[in-house]
Design a protein around this ligand. Structure first.
Ligand code: HPA
Length: 270
């Protein structure tokens, strides 16, 4: 199934809307989609070539409409490598959005904090990532003419990151910043893995995002990423999915405010 066919099917459902930005919502953050006005909602499963998420807290909806006066496509719910999907499947909607003319990708996730600077409920702007999934959406067969060796220096747009911090500051919110390590999961990390990730320079760890960002850069999209820190790894601290969803839901309120402020001022980031 080609990306073009999925894109054509989605375009036909959007009633003429032309989104300029794709916003992907991670665990617990789905309520941000409720802020979209004049929305058309498409069940991802109604599109050819797409797969459903099997994770509670991840519905599989695409919501296209206005957010802060801009046409956006919101992906509430994603699929993951740990569900058995490959790197091409998990990045399909990013490529579909690019086909629809989207030029900016705002990616969000739930993540475990790796530094005691963080507390659950914090939002972290992703400065950079470590792809530790052992795979890539650029591996295997590519479409003719596609570059395979994509530059990932500056993958997370510096001007968008600065704007996010500015907007949050104006709202009286403080955003963290750091490096996100993307792993396959689905088990949460052992203490030894937490120690390894800290040594490697990661500040947050999760099970998504990195392959999506590689695909987005391959498509020439500008990228901004947020992690909602739902738990912080420490001695004797257990991690549960229920906690991830619950804390994520609280962080969603802050994320929504930052995103709306950011969209209002998006032109300032060029
Ligand atoms: N590890 C990996 N993924 C996560 C975590 C975590 O601690 N928290 C939320 N998503």
């Amino acid at each position: 199934m080609t990306v073009e066919r999925t894109a054509a099917a989605l375009r036909a459902r959007l009633e003429g809307r032309r989104p300029e930005l794709l916003l992907t919502l991670g665990s617990g953050l789905g309520s941000v989609a409720d802020a979209v006005e004049d929305a058309v909602v498409v069940d991802v499963l109604d599109l050819p070539g797409t797969a459903a998420s099997t994770v509670p807290g991840h519905t599989a909806r695409l919501v296209c409409g206005q957010l802060a006066g801009r046409e956006v496509l919101v992906q509430a719910g994603r699929i993951h490598l740990y569900e058995g999907h490959d790197a091409h499947d998990v990045t399909r909607l990013v490529r579909v959005a690019a086909q629809l003319g989207v030029s900016t990708f705002v990616v969000t996730n739930a993540a475990g904090g790796l530094t005691d600077r963080f507390t659950p409920g914090d939002l972290m702007v992703i400065d950079d990532h470590l792809n530790m999934t052992g795979t890539s959406p650029l591996a295997g067969l590519l479409r003719g003419g596609d570059p395979r060796f994509v530059d990932m220096a500056g993958a997370y747009d510096a001007r968008l990151r600065d704007l996010a911090h500015e907007v949050a500051g104006d709202l009286g919110l403080e955003l963290q910043r750091g490096v996100y390590a993307g792993l396959v999961g689905p088990a949460y990390e052992t203490p030894a893995e937490v120690a390894m990730l800290r040594t490697l320079g990661a500040h947050a760890v999760g099970m998504s995002t990195v392959n999506e960002v590689i695909a987005a850069r391959d498509e020439g999209l500008r990228v901004l990423g947020f992690s909602s820190v739902t738990n912080v790894h420490g001695e004797g601290v257990a991690t549960t999915h229920a906690e991830v969803v619950e804390v994520g839901a609280r962080a969603a309120q802050d994320l929504r405010r930052v995103l709306l402020g950011l969209l209002e001022r998006l032109d300032e980031a060029g």
